[in-house]
Design a protein. Sequence first.
Lengths: 82, 415
Amino acid sequence: MAKAKLTAPKDLSYEDAFDELEALVEQLESGELQLEEALSVFERGQALAARCSDLLEKAQLRLTELAPSEDGSLSPVDFELD
Amino acid sequence: MSQLSFLAGDSLHFTVAELTRYLRGLIESDYRLGDLTVSGEVSNISRPASGHMYFSLKDADARLRCVMWRAEVARQAFLPTDGQAVEVHGHISLYEAAGQYQLYADDIRLAGEGDLYRAFMRLREKLEAEGLFAPERKRTLPAWPRVIGVVTSPAAAALRDVVDVLRRRYPLAEVVFSPTPVQGVEAPAKIVEALQAVNDFAHPDVILLVRGGGSMEDLAAFNDEDLARAISRSPVPVVSGVGHETDFTIADFVADLRAPTPSAAAEIVSPDREELAARLTKMRASMAASVRGSLLDLRWSLDQQLTRLRLASPRAQLANARQRVDDMERRLAGALGHTLALNRADVRRLGATLEAVGPPAVLARGYALVTRQDDGNLVRSQGQVAKQDGIRVRVQDGSFAAQVTDDPEGDAQAE
């Protein structure tokens, strides 16, 4: 594992964090890791799981509407349903 | 000059009732109008307390009022609802009070071949032949849509339904709403534009094309050929959710996935937050379990090595040797005991032999043992005693004292 290249969990999107987490769990479950490696994988996995939980709890659905801008093209602007 | 003719009384003069009755006669004298079937789309159905059914048949260009009397209504296996394409049998007559010609219906059935339906079927067959509905064209939906495009009308409840579902299930996403009318002549072209716009400006991962329920005519915009082609060209998967469970439109066939309703479309594209949370919990537990498990495994194999190490140590070998000695001792003792037992048996046998040849047996046969009274020596020879010596005679069952009465004399033969 190239530890130096790992992205900090807080900078990962939910899906990326979750995908990595899933892969780590599989690695751990294969039982083929050296102890030291298993422990660091475990630690990383915990951090990823915490990141995912955090995102899930805090997430707010973003709602935008395509609206024409000055140059005539469309761009998403915030939108509220009343 | 009509005014002149009118004043001159040249033209015919009717009362309303007379004219109406006349027209009614004209209509009723036409055999074609006396027994006919009319196809069209049902609208404005009403069934007042009288039990009669009033409705209109319409198509793109005209409208026909219809009535079906209570007795006929009761005979029908099928009664239409607004928006359905039907075929109605009956006769045309004129309702004088309203000055209205109408179809007096005696039979009604769902039109398999209504015009809208026929057009729908034609387009469907055409596009199907082109392979637009082919299963292999259907794209897989993204597991984690970041941006979800929603193409629908701003006025419709469908948008709210979609947003409600996504808020609850998957608030990690962003919804980009691309507004368009979904009904009316311009709707198909506008929907095509809205699809294109959301693809061009929002780069969604998936698009929901939704609309609430309506009559077949209301949903007509979704049976449009250009729209079908726009859906098939969309660079990202399109999920349709048009009308109700039972409504199928061309858009549904060409979409990558057809959902029965707008809410269902939103559910299909979104992972569920609760499920995600549950999966996270499970993965955390599973990680902890594997780490604990591998620690236990390590501990176990460590213990095993320790055991083997102990067994291989000099002390263990010594103990082992001692044990072997102990073992030998035990075996030895066992063997010895056996030998002793054997010997005891021998002794018993010898004893028996001995007894058979010993003094008691000899005595029993009538011999006697003689010992000297004074020193107890066994008398084996006459030379050992003299006249007057006291002797003791032992026989089988006891002994008695006696005295030598004569001088002993040798046995001639014994000399």
